[in-house]
Ligand binder design. Structure first.
Ligand code: SF4
Length: 514
């Protein structure tokens, strides 16, 4: 385990909280130290949910460690049952409480509560948040289906095919809106949604999952394990395409048609998104060939890379994920593009890769947004981990036709528009418009973009920049200027030059361009 300032995923019990908070009628009793209640803030402050998560913490303190911490758990579980009267209780331990070895599952069973109690074994030191969410969803589904004695889908009897939507959780990136978009999309081709889970579902709804004809896996990180169990148990097939982007939405609809027994040729041609036309219209002057770096959870990173390459005309120059469970898929996608994927949960490695690749746009999570901001690069958020602005008040899905519209807008707006670029070039020398003036939203007090060396000042014996050479250097776009400066200085130093002139700058350019 590594101490870090930022983390892509929380511990697995935060994943369990995402399932409990998404559902109704579930209560989570968590053996955890005082201080772990911080996780509530993710839901109330970041996602802005109006209620606290349905979690009771034992909140033991240092002074409790000498006494019976197991008894603290028993009392908390009994009181939580009396107060909240859930349909199902899940019990488990956070990282620190795991070390106490109090066995929450065994303790809760001994209480003999009149409701099902699902114990969670979440190895906090090996696994992370998405795995914890996936495991919790699977355990809950299995426990409720087995308890109800549910069987497979009943005969169709002339009714429309129906499917479950699996994977949306609390604290998910646009999950709420994706569910609405996909439900509408499916209704348009004659498929009904039977149960959406875990978001908005009760344990009784989970017990009905087996009645659907097939499953739609919206977020494999959360729902793939459960979908596999449902297939083994009820023979339900699952979709494998995540409908993010135009191409993926079309493939998804064809896949659904096949699973639903509909004629794919009879599907209405309903590409109801502006993305294809917008991307080919005036915007193409600044979309085509833009070098993009993509990083996020595997589902969103893979989808973003495909959209970037095939639907917006960007060139993906870097691709990676923090979802180690899906590293193979991301590696294959990177290899198909001729480079190695970056599989890491260390944001400093991601930062170093961005610095090395010098992309023109970063498509990532909130972490990459921070990194890109520091580098002065345009960035759009495509994946969790999320921040408060990723829960907009308006309807803003990522999936389906409307999702493609939202993606187009979100990715293109951080870029400099064609006309804007022209004006910036025209007024380059103007103090107010110069890119040395710093971001305009910070007003007149904004610091200029940091440059490795102040104008004209020699650093550690490196050659001195003549005024006109420094002036010429500033005409180079800021994201490659640092590299141009370093290359020119190395070029001059290697030749024993003490002053860099405009000529040296162009000689160096020719030298490194060979
Ligand atoms: S128990 Fe785990 S999540 Fe809670 S404070 Fe300690 S390290 Fe963080």
């Amino acid at each position: 385990m590594q101490l870090t300032v930022w983390t892509y995923e929380g511990p697995p019990h935060v994943g369990a909280m995402r399932i409990a908070t998404a559902m109704k009628g579930v209560h989570y009793v968590l053996h955890a130290p005082q201080g772990d209640t911080y996780a509530d803030l993710l839901f109330t402050m970041i996602e802005r949910l109006p209620d606290r998560p349905p979690v009771t913490y034992t909140t033991f303190q240092a002074r409790d460690l000498g006494s019976d911490t197991a008894d603290l758990f028993r009392v908390a579980a009994r009181e939580a049952y009396e107060r909240f009267r859930p349909e199902v209780m899940i019990v488990g331990a956070s990282c620190t409480a795991e070390l106490l070895q109090d066995d929450p599952g065994g303790l809760a069973k001994a209480l003999d509560l009149p409701i099902p109690v699902v114990p969670l074994e979440l190895p906090s030191y090996q696994k992370k948040e998405n795995w914890g969410a996936s495991e919790t969803f699977y355990r809950l589904t299995r426990a409720t289906c087995e308890r109800s004695g549910a069987s497979g889908p009943p005969p169709r009897d002339g009714r429309r095919p129906r499917c479950n939507l699996l994977g949306p959780t609390a604290l998910g990136f646009r999950h709420r809106d994706d569910v609405r978009e996909i439900t509408t999309l499916l209704a348009g081709i004659g498929v009904d949604v039977h149960v959406v889970a875990p978001l908005g579902a009760t344990p009784s709804d989970l017990a009905r999952l087996g009645e659907a004809n097939f499953n739609v896996v919206l977020y494999p990180e959360i729902a793939a394990t459960t979908a596999r169990w449902l297939e083994r148990t009820f023979g339900q097939k699952s979709t494998t395409t995540v409908p993010i982007g135009i191409g993926a939405t079309r493939r998804f609809l064809a896949e659904v048609a096949e699973l639903a027994g509909l004629d794919p040729a009879a599907l209405p041609d309903q590409t109801a998104s502006r993305l294809p036309w917008y991307a080919r219209s005036v915007d193409s002057t600044y979309l085509t060939g833009k070098r993009a770096f993509v990083f996020g959870d595997a589902t969103h990173a893979l989808a973003a890379a495909d959209i970037a390459d095939h639907e917006l005309g960007f060139e993906v120059v870097g691709l990676g994920t923090y979802s180690r469970e899906f590293a193979r898929e991301v590696r294959a996608a990177a290899q198909a593009r001729g480079f190695e994927a970056l599989i890491t949960d260390d944001y400093l490695e991601v930062e170093a890769r961005i610095a090395e690749l010098q992309p023109e746009i970063v498509l990532g999570s909130q972490m990459e947004r921070h990194i890109a901001k520091r580098f002065g690069l345009p960035c759009a958020v495509i994946s969790g981990p999320t921040h408060v602005e990723d829960y907009p008040a308006r309807y803003a899905p990522q999936m389906g036709w409307e999702g493609a519209n939202v993606i187009f807008d979100t990715w293109v707006h951080p870029l400099t528009m064609g006309l804007e670029e022209h004006l910036l070039a025209m007024f380059r020398e103007d103090r107010e418009f110069s890119d040395e003036a710093g971001p305009s939203h910070l007003g007149a007090h904004a610091a200029a973009h940091p440059t490795p060396a102040a104008s004209g000042e020699p650093v550690d014996g490196s050659p001195l920049w003549a005024d006109e050479a420094e002036h010429e250097l500033r005409k180079i776009p800021f994201f490659v200027r640092g590299k141009a400066r370093r290359n020119t200085e190395s070029f001059a130093a290697a030749r024993g030059m003490t002053t860099i002139t405009v000529e040296t700058l162009y000689d160096a350019k020719a030298h490194y361009g060979r």
